[in-house]
Design a binder for this molecule. Structure first.
Ligand code: DAH
Length: 340
């Protein structure tokens, strides 16, 4: 058989074989068989050397023609059977969900509260976490000798003045006088934020937690305004009636002062570790703004009055989602966080 004939035979065989091909793997095998470095076409090319010199150019041209034709044929088949991946796809399988984050339950509740209070005409303010003794204590009628400073022991920071040191704020109340200084009266503001205490931690106490402060100052503000506002916001946030009780409470910056407790939703009032077995959760401290605080804020207490409240935002989140250990909130544990 002449080289010419052999070439023709190879061409025919390759094209017939190609017709049987149904997937990329066998296509690749076939390509190696015919067009590979040690394939059939290559061995014919090797024989070219033995051919008479005059015939060589013409035969060489023919070999190249066949090679190009086969390459195009292989390419065409490759395109029609598609790529390796698309062959095995089952389009009915559920997709792979890319892991994306979501709001922390604290932030979700905080934003809901902000919306709620905005709808009642409140400003939403932000305040510094690194605060001075003056705003955190002094201006709230808690002088240096006051025992309330011990109850809110905190982390003092180097620097500041000996009589006005820097500290991590123990409550969002520290924004009361700052807000009065900046905006004056009438004022309606809430201040959500992170606060800190030097504290032995347990299921209901952490060294870092969230509060939401509220301050309303205007003419003729009374306890009725305070209680009305608390009711609206609690039913707004829980979307149902919740049982609350009001008892006298002492805070140096309000007079009279109250503690508003909510029936524990984790145990439904039966007693559990998040309510210290009492069935009630201390949720809000509140009262009528103390005249001295109004004075510190540059207002005349004979002209203006107001109410203030401090809501335990972390506690509220615990009630809302029935979380029985406050420390979970900042644990960073994904097994916890992924439940929300
Ligand atoms: N700042 C208080 C605390 O952290 C809570 C509080 C009580 C805030 C009474 C108030 C208030 O505005 O009127 O314990």
């Amino acid at each position: 058989m002449s080289l010419h004939q052999e070439l023709d035979k190879l061409r025919g065989k390759a094209l017939t074989d190609l017709k049987q091909i149904k997937d990329q793997d066998s296509l690749m095998a076939l390509r190696i068989k015919y067009l590979g470095r040690k394939g059939e076409l290559a061995s014919i090319m090797a024989l070219l050397k033995q051919v008479a010199k005059e015939e060589r150019p013409q035969l060489g041209k023919l070999v190249n023609q066949v090679k190009r034709e086969l390459e195009i044929a292989f390419l065409r088949v490759s395109k029609t059977i598609g790529d390796r991946k698309s062959q095995g796809i089952d389009f009915t399988l559920p997709g792979i969900k890319p892991p994306i984050g979501h709001l922390h339950p604290l932030m979700r509740v905080q934003r809901e509260l902000e919306d709620l209070f905005r709808s009642m005409g409140f400003m939403v303010l932000d305040g510094p976490e690194l605060e001075s003794e003056y705003y955190n204590f002094e201006s709230l009628n808690i002088p240096i000798w006051h025992p309330a400073r011990d109850m809110q022991d905190t982390f003092y920071i180097k620097g500041g003045k000996p009589d006005n040191r820097w500290l991590l704020r123990t409550h969002t109340s520290a924004m009361q006088v700052r807000a009065l200084e900046k905006y004056g009266a009438p004022l309606r503001a809430v201040v959500p934020g992170r606060v800190f205490r030097y504290e032995a931690t347990d299921a209901s106490h952490d060294h870092t937690f969230w509060q939401l402060e509220g301050l309303v100052v205007d003419k003729d503000i009374s306890i009725a305004n305070l209680i009305g506002t608390m009711k609206v916001f609690l039913s707004g946030i829980f979307q149902r009636e919740v049982e609350v009780r009001l008892r006298p409470g002492y805070f140096p910056f309000v007079e009279p002062g109250f503690e508003l407790d909510m029936k524990c939703l984790v145990c439904n009032g039966l007693g559990c570790r998040s309510c210290k077995q009492s069935g009630w959760i201390e949720l809000i401290g509140c009262g009528l703004v103390h005249p001295r605080v109004l004075e510190f804020g540059g207002l005349n207490p004979k002209e203006y009055s107001g109410f203030a409240f401090g809501l335990g935002l972390s506690r509220l989140v615990m009630m809302r989602y029935k979380i029985d250990d406050i420390r979970l909130l900042l644990s960073g544990d994904l097994r916890f966080l992924e439940q929300f």
